[in-house]
Design a protein around this ligand. Structure first.
Ligand code: NA7
Length: 502
């Protein structure tokens, strides 16, 4: 119904980006990045939505967008060399090309709690939050989940609600976000050479380079090659900056168990001092899985919120949520009476939104079926057997580990160049070759194999969704290597693709 995607739907209290606003924004237009003034270091949902609305208006994009349309099915018409697109309102159109910009964290995990519809109070899902203001004053609110979403929402809801009960299955690692109004000096520093700053972002692993208000390359060292004092100093430096900056603090944190465990200890030490009650702290301290493998959270007053009298942490790691009833939730045989329930249980990440559409390619097989054992793509751009269908911020790309805004710009440009090439050469149909796809799949496996991601139930490997194939959904080789592959492919006139039609 409006532009914004993630930032249109996720309007829960506290929603915002964990990448700094100056970096989590489009770099394709110098004037746009000079003109737009971000208010906060990390933009919150209303500001991000306003920015995206501004971009749509500024570049006159709304005339090309049909709002409120739900794509139910896409069928490849081989003779016509085009896609038949069926909307859920019954309308049908044919289109030569389809770009699946369906989002990497957009299809909510289906909540499978027994008796969900029996609850008579308000049930609010963070990823489809109402547009009208929600008043929690004087109410007893329950929230299920303690991932990035809940970590943002809990402190704000706690300030308003009569009582807040947090149902926690797994404690997460969170670093302070250190958000606040943007300092003019820093904004001027970035804007004085925005082009150079963007270049640094595009040449980095994660697509964000600001640490403590300076552009920094990832530390090239392995933690275990440093002295304990040097490691401690690096972690203190990153803690001061806050947020996701830990991902670039050393090279071996996601492969060396020893290095990872030491960083996890550092986190536990820092977290523990933020919580008054040692028994509550014990429940909140994450243990038993490697730090950074479940996406690191970035918070404002998250742990301090548990020092409030009106907040209770309910551990559901062993006593699961048994069922919802008319007036609350039953856990371990005990009813917790609630007025409102907030569901923040995450997403069927990366592939969920695309496979929920009935997509039928050349062989008539649905995309969901083709990807049953895990998605297969060539560089996250195309999947064999689904001609003229492109993906942005999808499986096989760097997104999730790389700033999705810069990623979508890069992939958008690349697809556009490919279409120009086809037009010039007189081709109307393109498909990825099976060989190139196989090579990319192997390359992805190779990058993911030695990592610690396999040791936690994270969404990067599909482990948060029961029954989903456990494969690394994203390319871990880094954006510079990704770009090199993509540029090589374009320069040698797309050998990994077959062309036809006219
Ligand atoms: P996440 O990070 O997947 O977190 C979901 C949370 O919900 C997490 O704490 C889960 O616990 C919990 N959860 C999921 N299912 C259940 C059930 N059935 N019972 C109890 N608790 C449950 O999603 P977010 O929306 O917070 O963040 C997604 C991404 O958005 C994030 O990574 C950033 O990239 C931005 P679990 O850990 O599975 O035990």
């Amino acid at each position: 119904h409006g532009v914004g995607g993630t930032w249109y739907w996720n309007r829960y209290p506290g929603a915002g980006s964990d990448i700094e606003s100056l970096e989590y924004s489009y770099g394709f237009d110098e004037q746009l990045q000079q003109d737009w003034d971000w208010k906060e270091r990390y933009a919150s949902q209303p500001e991000l939505e306003a920015y995206l609305e501004h971009v749509a208006e500024r570049f006159d994009l709304n005339k090309d967008i049909k709002f409120g349309k739900n794509v139910a099915g896409l069928t490849w018409l081989d003779d016509a060399g085009s896609w038949l697109c069926k909307f859920s309102d019954g309308e049908e159109i044919t289109v030569p090309y389809v770009v699946m910009a369906t989002g990497l964290l957009s299809a909510p995990k289906e909540p499978d709690f027994q008796g969900l519809d029996k609850f008579k109070g308000r049930t609010l899902v963070t990823s489809s939050w109402p547009h009208e203001p929600i008043d929690f004053s004087g109410r007893t609110v329950g929230i299920i989940g303690t991932g990035s979403t809940a970590v943002q929402a809990i402190p704000i809801i706690a300030e308003q609600a009569g009582q807040l009960k947090v149902f926690q299955r797994t404690p997460n690692f969170s670093a302070p976000r250190n958000n606040g109004p943007l300092d003019k000096e820093y904004v001027d520093l970035v804007k004085s050479d925005y082009k150079g700053w963007r270049e640094k972002q595009r040449n980095s692993f994660g697509g964000y380079v600001s640490v403590n208000f300076q552009a920094m390359d990832a530390n090239p060292n392995n933690a275990m090659d440093m002295t304990p004092e040097q490691r401690r100093a690096e972690y203190e430096f990153r803690w001061k900056s806050g947020g996701l900056s830990f991902y670039t603090s050393f090279q071996d944190l996601l492969v060396s168990e020893e290095a990872n465990e030491e960083l996890a200890d550092f986190f536990r030490e820092k977290i523990a001092v933020r919580i008054d009650d040692p028994a509550v702290a014990e429940k909140l301290l994450p243990r038993g899985y490697p730090v950074l493998t479940k996406r690191l959270c970035a918070d404002t007053n998250y742990y301090e919120t548990y020092n409030r009298q009106n907040v209770e942490l309910i551990d559901i790691s062993t006593d699961k949520v048994e069922r919802f009833e008319a007036d609350g939730i039953v856990v371990g045989g005990t009813k917790v009476v609630l007025d409102d329930i907030v569901i923040a249980t995450g997403f069927d990440a990366v592939t969920g939104a695309a496979v929920r559409i009935d997509i039928r390619g050349v062989a008539g097989i649905s995309l969901g079926e083709s990807w049953r054992d895990g998605p297969r793509t060539q560089a996250g751009i195309m999947t064999h057997g689904y001609p003229n269908m492109f993906f942005v911020n999808g499986p096989g790309s760097c997104t999730g580990f790389f700033n999705p805004v810069l990623n979508v710009e890069y992939q958008g440009n690349w697809i556009s160049d490919l279409l120009d090439h086809m037009k010039a050469a007189g081709f109307g149909v393109v498909d990825s070759t099976q060989e190139a796809e196989q090579q990319w799949v192997e390359r992805m496996e190779e990058a993911a194999k030695p990592t610690l991601f396999w040791k936690s139930e994270n969404w990067y490997i599909g482990a948060n969704v029961p029954g989903k194939a456990r494969v690394m959904l994203l390319y871990l080789g880094g954006f510079p290597a990704y770009k090199e592959y993509m540029e090589g492919m374009a320069e040698s006139r797309y050998p990994g693709f077959v062309f036809g039609g006219d």
